[in-house]
Design a protein around this ligand. Structure first.
Ligand SMILES: [Zn+2]
Length: 397
């Protein structure tokens, strides 16, 4: 066995993951898409073929010149388990290296219960037990809150009622697999970059709207985490002086103004919906053409548009991706959003594409799984020791 440096392991596992995702890839493509020199690609692919991890496939048809040989992965490279943790439920998925979800399950969960972490560990253990034979690379867990480091996995979350909870440690002990814990929007951003509309872009702004408002930021191909993993709290942009009280204790934050709770509250106060009705009732009314209900979304869209323009002007992304449960009513936001957004962008950003996606629980869980499946591309080594263990499992012939 040849000794490998960490960087070589990252590159080798990135080649494997990339080939598995693309179902065949030429050496020139690999060099270009992974930004690795052709000489290194030639050397690493030769090693990987010798190890039985890559196989030469048919030659690619080409117009003129020598046809390029395609490489494929020799076996299924391994799957990852992803888990979305919410206050009242968890969703678990098994995901192949190409991003395809092969299995999913959602269970009731009580995050504030005393034994919540034990319950989560037991649920994951049971889900993993049912995995058909094959290699599991590891487990990714996405939580609505701040995570100190992916590889440690200590969680602070107001939504879950967790303070300094050593989630990563507990799950690693229980499951005996590498476990990476990350903020759920950050995890989703990785999934967008690997499998979604972010593919091929180095600069992404991903914003989720629902109960809360959050953002994931990829800048020059690197995930922005900030000093303590807390970057992306766009929901707490202060929008209104003396505005509604926010979960953070402040007033008039973006999510306190246009989160689901705020919009529902507005509709209740104006007598548009019953006091026990939810955001779905407001959206139903807007769907039926009720002007007052539509105006709630138009106003929210306007405020949101100005805030997003500020974020785009600040971060200079190539694309703005909008996701989350709030997207179910997005068509009612657009008449407020578009003019406010475009007119507040500085001229060079004015044509930025906006992609709106409706996502359900499984996609969030897929985001968590992508924490594991992206470790081959983790050149910044955010995933630390756990990432190293996952790459080892990738490369084990
Ligand atoms: Zn706030």
């Amino acid at each position: 066995m040849k000794p490998h440096t960490a960087q070589a392991d990252i590159t080798r596992s990135a080649i494997l993951a990339h080939v598995s995702t693309r179902h065949g890839c030429s050496r020139a493509q690999l060099a270009r898409e992974l930004r690795v020199s052709p000489a290194l690609i030639t050397q690493y692919t030769r090693d990987l073929i010798a190890d039985g991890l890559l196989v030469p496939l048919a030659h690619e048809a080409s117009r003129g010149g020598r046809p390029a040989q395609l490489l494929g992965s020799a076996t299924t490279t391994g799957d990852a388990i992803g888990c979305k943790v919410a206050a009242d439920h968890i969703t678990m998925v098994q995901v192949r290296v190409d991003g395809m979800i092969t299995r999913a399950d959602t269970l009731a969960f009580e995050a504030t219960a005393g034994a919540a972490v034990q319950h989560l560990g037991a649920a994951l253990h049971a889900f993993i037990e049912q995995t058909p034979t094959g290699r599991l690379l590891g487990v990714g867990v996405g939580v609505p809150g701040d995570v100190d480091e992916q590889t440690v996995g200590t969680v602070d979350s107001t939504q879950l009622g967790w303070r300094g909870l050593p989630l990563g440690d507990s799950l690693r002990r229980k499951l005996g697999l590498p476990v990476i814990v990350e903020n759920n929007v950050t995890a989703l951003t990785i999934a967008e970059a690997l499998y979604g509309p972010g593919l091929g872009h180095d600069n992404l702004l991903v914003v989720t709207i629902g109960t809360g408002v959050g953002a994931g930021i990829m800048s020059n191909g690197n995930l922005l985490r900030g000093r303590s993993g807390g970057a992306g709290e766009i929901g707490h942009l202060p929008i209104q002086e003396n505005g509604p009280l926010c979960q953070c204790g402040g007033h008039g934050c973006l999510e306190a103004v246009l989160g689901e709770r705020a919009l529902t509250q507005q509709a209740r106060e104006t007598g548009l919906i019953r006091s026990d009705a939810s955001i779905d009732a407001v959206r139903d009314l807007a769907d039926q053409g009720d002007p007052a209900a539509q105006q709630i979304f138009i106003d929210a869209g306007h405020t949101f548009g100005r805030a997003m323009a500020g974020a785009v002007n600040l971060l200079d992304p190539e694309v703005l991706i909008l996701l989350g449960e709030g997207m179910l009513g997005w068509r009612h936001w657009i008449p407020g959003f578009e003019p406010a957004f475009r007119s507040a962008l500085i001229p060079r950003n004015r044509a930025i594409p906006v992609v709106a996606e409706t996502l359900q629980d499984e996609r969030w869980a897929q985001g968590a799984a992508s924490l594991v499946l992206s470790t081959p591309f983790d050149t910044q080594e955010h995933s630390g020791e756990q990432g190293r263990l996952i790459r080892q499992r990738f490369l084990k012939p």
